[in-house]
Design a protein around this ligand. Sequence first.
Ligand code: C2E
Ligand code: CA
Ligand code: CA
Length: 700
Amino acid sequence: MPIGSYTPSLVLISILVAMLASYTALDLAGRIATAKGQGAYLWIGGGALAMGIGIWSMHFIGMLAFHLPIELGFDLPITLLSLLIAILASGFALWLVSQPQLPMLQLGFGALIMGAGISGMHYCGMAALRMQPAIEYDPIRLALSLLIAFSASAAALWVAFRLRQQTPYVRLFRAGAAVFMGMAIAGMHYTGMSAAVFADGSFCGAVGTGLAVDGLDKLVLVTSLAVLSIALLTSILDARLESRTAELSNSLSVANRELTQLALHDTLTGLPNRMLLADRIEQAMRNAQEHHGCFALMFLDLDGFKPVNDAFGHHMGDQLLREVALRLREDMNGLNTLARIGGDEFVLLVELAERDDAPGFAARQVTLLSQPFIVAQNSVQISASIGIALYPGNGETQHELLMNADVAMYHAKAAGKNGYSFFDASMNTNARNLLQLQQDLRNGLKEQQFCLYYQPKFDAITGQPIGAEALLRWHHPQHGLLLPDRFIGLAEKTGLIIPIGDWVLNEACRQMRVWFELGYSHWRMAVNLSALQFGHDGLVGSVASALAMHQLPANSLTLEITETTAMNDADASMTVLRQLADMGVDLSIDDFGTGYSSLMYLKRLPANEIKIDRGFVRDLEHDSDDAAIVSAIVALGQALGLRIVAEGVETDKQQSFLTELGCDSLQGFLLGHPLPAEKFMADISAAEGKARAQTDASKV
Ligand code: C2E
Ligand code: CA
Ligand code: CA
């Protein structure tokens, strides 16, 4: 019986090739696990080729290391078949370990197939010798080799599966596992070889027709090493590229997150902004629909924030807003959203277990914000008005809900602030009309729809006209002629009162100049100022330029401010009034008696005139209290050296009574209605004509 022998160097090389093939296989398994889509299949295909060639060449070099006393050769087709089996088995193994899970059953089944593949390759490779008579196999060793093939496959699959993640020492682990696996594969091969029994007188049927052994070892070695190294290098380089890409995409997503945070949050308070709020409302609406739940949208606007901001500066204002946000946030749970959507406007989105929970929640926020804030060592007192829209019920879209909550908030403001109001459908028509009017107001100024009416003032004793009060009118394209009550409040709220007020000043001065030139240079033109204009920095400049533009002496102009305006923030008013008085402008305290003037303050005011409120005049004849008040005001005014004007004179009785009491001048429907300039002049001329006729008649 011919006994085989081995070339030790080739045996060693075959074992090393087995290890390298194992390492490549493990690396590729890791690569496949992170590759996506088409890439994964490419890697499995290429990997199967490299790994199959690796394992096969281990086997083939092992075969070449084997010598019999007879000449050996290899049948080419059978040899190629063994290579194909190795590639297919490798492909299957790589595919298996690239699956997301590898349960025991699958592992066992896989090991069976792979083991069969490796054994198949081996014994097929042996068959390529085409020994005559055929090789016999020692059954025990054969079984052992199959067992090794199976267990080595199982171990290899398990290790490859476990080591596919990129962990810090993964390469080291893979190298260790590759050494073990290489030895196991070689062990299988050499056990299988040792099972072969060659009969006496055997000869190799492949000699001559098949591959000759000489030089084949180097060719196979070089080829397989090349294939394995290329596969390994490609895999490593590609993994590096991928991790670089992953790093880049990671930093990109961090940047993205930051941008999103910026885009969706208010920078001052860090609270969600209008955009994020809209999203949350949509979400809450979907939630409520699915679970038949409900929520409240609360529009919260601070009362008295603007004065704080004006008095203490923006820096303090910002700090106050942050404190407000903090206080509100502390009271919120994670389910609810608190957003800031404008200067001092916040919105709370509150999930409700019961609709009836809303008032309690809103009341708590109102109380919470009515406690003083400490900002930069100052105690600041503000309050909040809240408008509440409920879902379902008060709107179908987030926009509608928000609008309705806003409308309800205005209602809460109008109802005295520091409180809350629930939305009601009737509010909406009012609000819509108001909104439209606001829009129209803007156009009104542009399109010169405003005009002034003039109401004459008369000397109480002589009955001579002494000037007029300019009263604003708006020719609204749809609503016709509108009185100031309809739009002054709105103009103040929107700030439009500033340009409108400037226009009034200018127009009144222009008209006064016309009268001045007609010979009424002793007249005074009275112009009403709103509190907002009075608090505006540009007022003194506007007055000065209107006077200069129409070349009027300052005392042709009387500025009327209401008592409440003058008394509000007395010190600031005093400064502005002083400046106006220093210019020589005449000042009148309008609606006198309705505010709470302190005598001391009144004494210091540089006013020239007080105008008794219409309310007292109206009830003069019936209400003895009013008569007493009017005579007290007259006495007070005289004591302080102020002119006394009575407005709203409608009856002869009122006229004579007020004259008797000592009023200096009178104004009212009895004496003249507010009229456009031409009609006003026509009336004056007619009255003068009549007076002249009377004097002429009396002369005759
Ligand atoms: P006011 O300053 O008290 O103006 C007098 C108001 O009383 C005018 O109403 C006038 O038409 C009305 N009136 C005059 N005589 C009588 C009378 O005998 N009986 C009655 N019942 N009313 C009389 P109007 O024009 O509707 O103005 C209302 C208010 O609007 C003014 O009250 C004033 O506060 C404000 N206003 C008018 N024009 C302007 C303006 O140009 N700028 C500002 N800021 N406010 C203005
Ligand atoms: Ca007035
Ligand atoms: Ca008045």
